[in-house]
Every structure is written in structure tokens, then in C-alpha cells.
Design a protein around this ligand. Structure first.
Ligand code: LMR
Length: 329
């Protein structure tokens, strides 16, 4: 009798464990980011979820957390290392705490258009940067586009001297700080989610961002002028934990790789269109006036800001800068 009870208990235990195993066979993947769903990154993340769940079926459930509702960009990498989330996609320049090399993407006027950006990101040197943080436990799996940045303020910024003395909200990036100092402005590092209020209350006078980020955050309500300067890049690296990624079973990793490739293509094709559409909507609001630069004005901004390259070439590596600049065909 004793043995029979033991056996039954064993069977019951196995059933419980078995059920437990079935349930945990579903990999729950959390993707945390800091922008609105209706932006290039927001849409690419949604597409990744769709494709991963199509390819892997019940084996995977992807949860997307937009608008810094789970972690903001300064916290997401530690969260990835702890295993609280599996993916994040911070702007490239925000990764300078982990590697100085990725500062390259913040250099002002490095890329003349998004084709040049893709050319560098797709090159061996560009793809090599996916491994620039593996010593810290993080792996890059993809580059996602947003686009080129514009400037805004409550006074029209036509010449670099117009920015003198104004306070600009910047992302946590020393290159961006140097870029604004180069025109005599005062940079202030600040979380993206705090920017609207800071502009509204006058804590800062201006900011730089892409059309889609400015539109989705309604910066046009609190900035009278937007200068179409295309002076710098805002793109992302999708990051995961190197250990988690390499520990996945091969079928899971292959499925997620396929989903990531599909999302990258989808998002990167869509980014320019979405930015243009949101540029139109911004201007239609009638609340911010477009400042277009003449060729001469554009060149003045370039000559004022480009000396920043030399300030950071030691940390970044001149070979990387040369390779990126060579993509401007
Ligand atoms: C910003 O802080 O302005 C951007 O990095 C936000 C984003 O993720 O696009």
C-alpha cells in the first residue's frame, strides 16, 4: 500500500511538473522602449511581435512596453542584464556608457542622408559594432532607423549664432553636448519623457529630434519654430543579453532572428515615410513655423559643428569615422 501511494504521489508530482514544463515552454519576451507606438521604432517592435508569434506559434509570446512605461533608456540595459526584459532599442548615442565606439552615430553632419546611414550600418565595420558591448554582456542584433534630426526653439534658428546662449534638451550623449557647445548653446541632458514639460515650462528653450518623435510628443505645441536642419542622426540598436540569446534553443533563436530581420526591413522601409507624414501633420497644426535653411546657412551650421569630430575621433577611432564618411556618395 505504502509503495502504491508513493507511486501515485510520484505520478501526481510528474503531472504537476509536466504541466509546469508545458507552461514554461512558452518563452515570454518583453521588449521595452521609450517612444510612442506610432513611430518607426514603435511600429518595428509591433511587427517583430507579429512575426515572432507567426513563426514560432505558441512557443513564444512577445510583450511590447512603449513610452518608457517599463524602463527608460537609461535603465533598460541593466534590466536586460538582469533578465527583467529581453530586448530594448535605445538610441545609438545613449550607449556611450557601455562603449565609446557607438558615439560615432551622434557626430553632427556625418551622414548626408539615410542611404549613407544604411551603407555604413550594413558594412562589416558597422555590423562589427553589434559586438562592441559583449564584454559587458550585451549583444546588438539589429540597427533600426528613425531618421535625421531637426532643431526647434521659440526663436527661429537660421544661423548657428541664433542658438547662442539658448538651453537645449539633449539625450545622454557627450557628443551631443559638444555639438551644442560648439555653437555657444547650453546643452542639458534629460530623459525623453520629461522633454515636453521642460519645453513648456521654459526649463529648456529648444531641442533636437526627428519629425516623428517631435510630432508624437506634441513638441510643436510649445516650440514656435522648427528648423529643418537634418544635422544629425537618431537611430537605434536593438540590444539583448548575450548570455540569454546564446542560451536559447536553436529553433527559437532562428525564429527570432527571422522575425528580427523582417521587422528591421519593415521598420527601416517605413521610417522615412512616417517621418514625412508626421512632418506634414506637424506643419498642418499651424503651431510651429518651418524654417528652411539656405545652402549657405546649412554650410555655416556644418562648419560650426563639424570640429566636434576631432574631439571624439580618439575614442571612436578614425578608421570608423572614415568608413562612415565614405558612405556619402
Ligand atoms: C530621445 O531621447 O530623444 C530619443 O532617444 C527617444 C527615442 O527613443 O527615439
Amino acid at each position: 500500500l505504502f509503495n502504491r501511494n508513493l507511486l501515485l504521489a510520484g505520478v501526481a508530482m510528474a503531472t504537476v511538473l509536466g504541466l509546469g514544463l508545458d507552461a514554461s515552454a512558452q518563452e515570454v519576451i518583453k521588449f521595452s522602449h521609450g517612444v510612442a507606438p506610432d513611430t518607426p521604432k514603435g511600429k518595428a517592435a509591433e511587427y517583430f511581435k507579429k512575426r515572432a508569434e507567426e513563426i514560432l506559434g505558441d512557443k513564444v509570446k512577445v510583450e511590447i512596453y512603449p513610452n518608457s512605461q517599463l524602463f527608460d533608456d537609461n535603465k533598460v540595459l541593466s534590466a536586460i542584464l538582469r533578465g527583467d526584459v529581453q530586448f530594448g532599442a535605445p538610441a545609438l548615442g545613449k550607449l556611450n556608457k557601455w562603449t565609446k565606439k557607438l558615439q560615432i552615430f551622434d557626430l553632427p553632419f556625418l551622414f548626408k542622408d539615410m542611404d549613407a546611414v544604411s551603407c555604413f550600418q550594413d558594412s562589416d565595420k558597422g555590423r562589427g559594432l553589434f559586438n562592441s558591448m559583449t564584454d559587458k554582456g550585451m549583444l546588438g542584433v539589429s540597427y533600426w532607423h528613425n531618421g535625421l534630426k531637426q532643431l526647434s526653439a521659440n526663436t527661429p534658428l537660421r544661423e548657428p549664432t541664433d542658438a547662442k546662449g539658448l538651453k537645449f534638451r539633449i539625450q545622454t550623449s557627450d557628443v551631443l553636448a559638444a555639438q551644442f557647445e560648439a555653437v555657444g548653446a547650453v546643452p542639458q541632458k534629460m530623459a525623453f519623457a520629461e522633454t515636453y514639460t521642460a519645453l513648456q515650462t521654459g526649463v529648456v528653450d529648444g531641442q533636437e529630434n526627428t519629425w516623428s518623435n517631435m510630432y508624437s510628443q506634441k513638441f510643436y505645441e510649445v516650440q514656435k519654430y522648427t528648423t529643418e536642419s537634418n544635422h544629425g542622426l537618431l537611430d537605434y540598436m536593438v540590444i539583448t543579453s548575450d548570455k540569454w540569446w546564446k542560451g536559447l534553443d536553436p529553433e527559437m533563436r532562428a525564429g527570432l532572428t527571422q522575425a528580427m530581420d523582417d521587422a528591421t526591413k519593415y521598420g527601416n522601409d517605413l521610417a522615412a515615410e512616417l517621418n514625412m507624414e508626421q512632418r506634414e501633420k506637424t506643419l498642418q497644426s499651424g503651431e510651429t513655423e518651418l524654417v528652411e535653411l539656405t545652402d549657405a546657412q546649412f554650410k555655416d551650421w556644418q562648419s560650426a559643428m563639424k570640429p566636434v569630430w576631432d574631439q571624439f575621433s580618439g575614442e571612436i577611432g578614425q578608421d570608423l569615422i572614415d568608413a562612415a564618411a565614405a558612405c556619402n556618395k
